[in-house]
Ligand binder design. Structure first.
Ligand code: KIV
Length: 292
């Protein structure tokens, strides 16, 4: 899956993703907020790199995604997108960048493509944002929808609980997914919904469904990379849907402790990490310093 850096790579487009859905090939997605992580994900063959507004929790120290601004998102999308050769880069539209008016939403979405190098935008909501999605798609901005648990609405949802638990709540989500699909969204993130519902939605829409806490029946999966590498605040409780694929957080902690120990006991830096003046210059310096 990973590509060789010395050969041309075939870029992932919205059509590639639709073709993958049609032949039943799973789509991979992870988050990145910076150049180095985006380069690793791209090299590993991840299909969609999402510069999520989870940057607020993971990188900026906020409790929710609500305070994340357009400026912060543009900064991170621009850093990440410069590292990407193959993946489709999706920029998450932050809270209040698409709710005030459609014209403002269009302008903000366009900035991610024009100024920050993204290939598509993601926004939260279903039927309520379908008209906006249609307009964005019509002017050439691919849109990924996001329904189920929508973290920007944490204050109205009252927390981060499972969504679509009852038959009527599930039917509302099916209607939201259909509205996004009809509006032309190329993909829909389904967050923290029952697996049966996610599988039903997946079968009913042409858009590529990407699950997070939505079971294996989606067309693809996304996780917050810092969660699956255990690099998030290490004492923080992880959601049940996160699997830690490698505990880099513990490894980093050990490495930093070892560095501190070596600096304190003088074993780092060693001669191999430093630079020496040649002997003639050293002798001259000593003379200048009156040390000869
Ligand atoms: O912001 C984000 O990282 C997301 C994913 C969790 C889907 O929206």
């Amino acid at each position: 899956m990973s590509y060789s850096t010395d050969k041309p790579v075939k870029k992932v487009t919205v059509n590639t993703l639709r073709e993958m859905k049609a032949r039943g090939e799973k789509v991979t997605s992870l988050t990145a907020y910076d150049h180095s992580m985006a380069a690793i994900l791209d090299r590993a063959g991840i299909d969609i790199i999402l510069v999520g507004d989870s940057v607020g929790n993971v990188m900026l120290g906020y409790d929710t995604t609500v305070p994340v601004t357009m400026d912060a998102m543009l900064h991170h999308v621009s850093a990440a997108s410069k590292a990407v050769r193959r993946a489709l880069v999706v920029a998450d539209m932050p809270f209040m960048s698409y709710q005030v008016s459609e014209d403002e939403a269009v302008r903000n979405a366009g900035r991610f493509l024009k100024e920050a190098g993204a290939h598509a935008v993601k926004l939260e909501g279903g039927t309520d944002v379908a008209h906006l999605v249609k307009r964005l798609v019509s002017i050439g901005i691919p849109v990924q929808g996001h329904i189920g648990l929508t973290p920007q609405s944490v204050n109205t949802l009252g927390g981060y609980g499972l969504q679509g638990k009852t038959a009527s709540a599930a039917m509302k989500l099916v209607a939201d997914a259909k509205a996004l699909d009809e509006a032309g969204a190329f993909s829909i993130v389904l967050e923290k919904v029952p697996e049966q519902l996610a599988a039903e939605v997946t079968a009913r829409v042409g858009a590529v469904t990407i699950g997070i806490g939505a079971g294996a029946g989606c067309d693809g999966q996304v996780l917050v990379t810092y969660d699956m590498l255990n690099l998030c605040s290490m004492d923080m409780q992880k959601p049940r849907f996160v699997k830690i694929f490698n505990d880099l957080g513990s490894q980093a902690l050990k490495a930093v402790e070892e560095y501190a120990r070596e600096v304190k006991d003088g074993s780092f830096p060693g001669p191999e990490h430093g630079f020496r003046m040649n002997l003639a210059e050293e002798a001259e310096l000593k003379k200048e310093l009156g040390q000869d």
